[in-house]
Design a protein around this ligand. Structure first.
Ligand code: NAD
Length: 366
């Protein structure tokens, strides 16, 4: 177990670039980095949902916040040269499966070309030492056991295929250009995350909160789909640890899965039943799983590499992750400030990592 003060002293004053800082994971990550003392610059597009975590937490007050399209090569690369980051977290993406079917070109341009532009820019940034590139658990060719990092890459739908393509681009730039410049590059593959403040469309918990707040019935299209669900702070802690360890030991560069205990890999239906219990009310209608385009039915991650090389293990069981998430939405609905809720969750999570047991989220007392 590492001392939190030592971890904070690592981050204090570091120049960190977060792409996708206006998104769900990016907002949480920017808040956490700011709390650890890093000097964060964010690049993304303006948020698209109302409400959104970026605005309710006022992330733009915590970082140098810039809006720029990562598909626009020249302005994006110019921004990175001006920022001269030491550590980069690349989260900006078109991150959803169904919009990927609706707009494959946009998905590939954003995910693949955006990643390529970033890596190209990093070739000329002397200060940069570490890049953590966020892909997904969906980069693997489907099979019937938890995916290991050396499994064959695949991805049938445009989102998954675009992220698998990113993996090739990342490995190519790492081996051909960036490692020789002393930049440690890793990709991070995590599964579906839940947590307070996600209002994206077409995601299980945000859809549930929206429906139940309005007294409507939630439709769950594929209740039998199995996914490695985690609270958002779990993979984010993985990314933060990965970046810190890469700085100390660049030879750790490579791909890493971040996932829950195997027993916590659950169906969408299981997650919704836990959410309904935690929320205290809510109607659900389950589909037969047959409508809509192809989505993998079963997805699990082998997390042993991150455990062995980085010392990162899941801290929250699924039931706690769901309870914490629903308590966040309930408390926010009752007027508790989003930033306070997020900072309390982060403080609790840091206590968990330090080996303390945490009884109940701040939100549950609201
Ligand atoms: N949320 C999940 O369950 C999950 C699971 C696995 C992987 N991921 C990955 O994590 C990352 C973040 O996901 P999220 O859930 O926070 O998504 P999100 O939709 O909340 O955020 C996406 C971010 O990318 C930015 N972005 C999109 N297109 C852009 C463009 N052309 N130029 C600049 N910025 C652009 C958006 O502005 C936003 O800041 C993504 O790479 C996603 O693929 C997410």
């Amino acid at each position: 177990m590492e001392d939190l003060e030592l971890i904070a002293s690592f981050w204090r004053g570091k120049r960190v670039l977060v792409t996708g800082h206006s998104g769900f994971k990016g907002s949480w990550l920017t808040l956490w980095l700011n709390a650890l003392g890093a000097k964060v610059t964010g690049i993304s597009l303006p948020p698209v949902t109302t409400p959104n975590l970026f605005t309710v937490v006022n992330i733009s007050a915590l970082c140098d916040s810039r809006f720029c399209d990562i598909r626009d090569r020249v302005p994006f690369i110019d921004q990175i040269h001006a920022i001269t980051p030491q550590i980069v977290f690349h989260l900006a993406a078109q991150p959803l499966v169904r919009p990927g079917y609706e707009e494959p070109l946009w998905t590939f341009e954003t995910n693949v070309m955006g990643t390529l532009h970033l890596l190209e820019a990093l070739r000329d940034v002397e200060a940069v030492r570490v890049a953590v590139m966020i892909t997904t658990d969906k980069v693997y060719r489907e099979n019937a056991r938890p995916h290991r990092e050396d499994d064959v890459l695949g991805g049938k739908d445009p989102y998954s295929a675009s992220k698998a393509a990113c993996e090739h681009v990342i490995a190519c730039y790492r081996d051909s250009f960036l490692a020789v410049n002393g930049v440690a590059v890793a990709s991070a593959r995590a599964g579906n995350v839940i947590g307070g403040g996600d209002w994206s469309r077409d995601r299980l918990i945000p859809d549930a909160v929206r429906a139940w707040q309005e007294g409507q019935t939630l439709e769950v299209r594929r209740p039998q789909s199995v996914r490695p669900w985690q609270h958002v702070l779990e993979p984010l802690w993985g990314y933060l640890t990965l970046a810190r360890k890469l700085w100390q030991r660049p030879t750790l560069a490579g791909a890493y899965n971040f996932g829950p205990e195997e027993t916590d890999t659950a169906t969408a239906g299981d997650v919704i039943e836990l959410a309904r219990m935690a929320y205290g009310r809510g109607e659900v209608r389950y589909g037969d799983g047959k409508s809509g385009p192809h989505e993998s039915a079963w997805l699990a991650l082998d997390k042993s590499k991150a455990q062995a090389l980085l010392g990162v293990s899941p801290e929250m069981a699924l039931v706690q992750a769901v309870e914490r998430t629903m308590a966040w939405y309930r408390a926010h609905g009752q007027g508790v400030k989003a930033r306070d809720l997020c900072l309390a969750d982060i403080a609790d999570y840091q206590r968990l990592v330090q080996g303390a047991s945490v009884v109940a989220p701040l939100a549950s007392s609201a």
